[in-house]
Ligand binder design. Structure first.
Ligand SMILES: Cc1cc2nc3c(=O)[nH]c(=O)nc-3n(C[C@H](O)[C@H](O)[C@H](O)COP(=O)(O)OP(=O)(O)OC[C@H]3O[C@@H](n4cnc5c(N)ncnc54)[C@H](O)[C@@H]3O)c2cc1C
Length: 483
């Protein structure tokens, strides 16, 4: 059995950011992910905000790494060719109590090094976003929005292009020392490595115990969302948030997505079941009421979908108080870098978290630079975003651009094929969806999902019963009803 220098457990935004940062060095690296694609855990179930960092305790890793990663994101988005807009954010207030809370967070933000925070009145709010509720607001110019699927996929593809090896549908079950290396036991065979990095998100407590570091409690803090049609998002350019709770989290907020929809949510509920992504009627009623206070276009006719995510909160087992990110190497656990409880703002902070993990590894073992590393990656060109002249040229060069498969989002056959031929060799329907936006529009795939499934079958030589929607076992067909 060949031995890897480094094995990463978990293909969320954190595992992929660590993989990308490690490929700057000469290493043989493998990433083990239990699902058939990257970014299907918390990394694909969040608000997609690039947080500024004004609501985290000064001196905490959450604050420090968020501010560091926020500042570099324009460059990162260009390098990885992922859509990103530095929209700013309005945190609105209604009462004098709210004003005191906002001023408190403004002071915290300034302590954390967040640039440009200011209190603004209703007149200024109207100039920025008339659809925002509230009588005054704190304006945060460094906040932004990104597509969390595309960012995670881009990190993975860039790591892969630089030599990282991806092992999807490989769930890690156990691990033990074997001389100077570690054996990692997965559902599809064993791996050996000199270093193992725990990036297992919600399951980072369990994986930490497998690696000989027990005792971490992960609390699941579930949040449900509504996705509103693009008609609701028309002209809304800035996320609108209510005042943060005393714990630094935000109640229901309204966030435009980078593609022009609106997200309303998440609410916040503790859950013991870290796999429970159900959406409930009670939460949806709460979202409608709370969301309506923030955003005047919160109308039922705009709802197109709902979904849930679970934040992995590392908890003090005695007091149940949430703790900061844990990123550590330890003398009593050689060959392990342990990342536990990377909750919000983990999407924002991913590359800063990754650099810290790499620095810790490098203090234990010198790393040799990889002169061939490239930080650049190209995404799938979006036909819908092109002007008429470019569209015409694309169709002339490749007639597959002339065939629209997803009518709601204007996604062409050429883009669907590019997604099916992705470098990580992901062959699920959701894999195409997250790479192209096909099936994310008003009809939610009612028109194009069958076409796309057929294209996956043709391109990948799969039988109908072999095509997965997303998760292992999520087959779409049980067989043919007609010969
Ligand atoms: C509702 C919600 C809203 C949020 N909003 C924001 C936001 O707007 N901005 C922001 O910055 N952050 C936000 N966050 C936080 C952010 O999404 C997370 O911090 C980040 O995605 C964590 O990434 P991760 O890679 O650690 O975890 P994950 O994305 O969960 O990845 C962990 C991966 O490990 C895999 N795995 C687990 N166990 C095993 C095993 N045994 N073997 C193999 N693989 C395994 C899982 O399948 C998963 O793919 C939000 C989170 C939630 C839930």
């Amino acid at each position: 059995m060949e031995c890897f220098d480094v094995l990463i457990i978990g293909g969320g935004v954190i595992g992929n950011a660590v993989a990308r940062e490690l490929m700057r060095y000469k290493l043989r690296l493998g990433l083990l992910e239990k699902e058939p694609d990257v970014g299907t855990g918390a990394s694909g179930r969040n608000t997609g905000m690039l947080h500024a960092g004004f609501s985290y305790a000064p001196g905490s890793l959450r604050a420090k790494l968020c501010v560091e990663a926020n500042a570099e994101f324009d460059r990162v988005a260009r390098e990885l060719d992922v859509p990103f807009r530095r929209t700013g954010k309005l945190v609105v207030g209604f009462t004098e109590e709210d004003r005191a809370r906002l001023l408190h967070y403004k002071a915290i933000g300034e302590q954390n090094g967040v640039p440009g925070l200011e209190m603004i009145d209703r007149k200024r709010m109207d100039a920025i976003e008339p659809a925002a509720g509230g009588n005054f607001a704190m304006y945060s110019p460094s906040s932004g929005i990104l597509n969390p699927f595309l960012y995670t996929i881009a990190l993975a593809e860039n790591a892969h292009a630089n030599g990282a090896e991806y092992f999807l549908e490989h769930e890690v079950l156990d691990s033990r020392h074997e001389g100077r290396v570690r054996r990692v036991v997965t559902t599809r065979g064993d791996f050996l490595a000199r270093w193992v990095i725990n990036c297992a998100g919600l399951h980072s407590g369990r994986v930490s115990a497998m690696l000989g570091l027990p005792g971490h409690t992960i609390g699941g803090f579930k949040g449900e969302y509504f996705v509103l049609d693009k008609r609701a998002g028309e002209g809304v350019n800035i996320p609108i948030y209510p005042p943060p709770r005393p714990d630094g989290g935000f109640p229901t907020h309204a966030t435009p997505t980078i593609d022009g929809n609106m997200l309303v949510g998440p609410n916040s509920l503790w859950t013991d079941d870290l796999t429970d992504y159900t959406v409930t009627r009670a939460s949806l009623a709460e979202l409608i009421e709370d969301g309506g206070k923030m955003f005047s276009r919160m109308k039922p006719e705009y709802f197109i979908r709902n979904f849930a995510g679970i934040r992995p909160k590392r908890m003090d087992p005695a007091t149940r108080r949430p703790l900061d990110f844990l990123i550590e190497t330890r003398d009593d656990a050689p060959g392990i870098v342990n990342l536990v409880g990377i909750e919000s703002p983990g999407l924002t902070s991913a590359l800063a978290v990754a650099r810290m993990a790499v620095r810790l590894l490098a203090t234990r073992e010198p790393l040799e630079k990889n002169p061939l590393f490239t930080p650049l990656r190209k995404g799938i060109l979006r036909f819908a975003d092109q002007d008429e002249t470019t569209r015409r040229r694309l169709i002339e060069e490749n007639p597959d651009y002339g065939e629209i498969i997803c009518r709601c989002e204007c996604v062409t056959r050429a883009e669907i094929l590019a997604a099916i031929r992705n470098p990580l060799e992901v062959a699920t329907v959701n894999g195409v969806k997250n790479r192209t936006r096909a099936m994310m529009g008003r009809c939610q795939g009612g028109y194009c999902q069958t076409r796309i499934t057929e294209m996956i079958m043709e391109e990948c030589g799969k039988a109908p019963t072999e095509v997965l929607l997303g998760k292992p076992g999520s087959t779409l067909f049980t067989g043919r009803v007609r010969p």
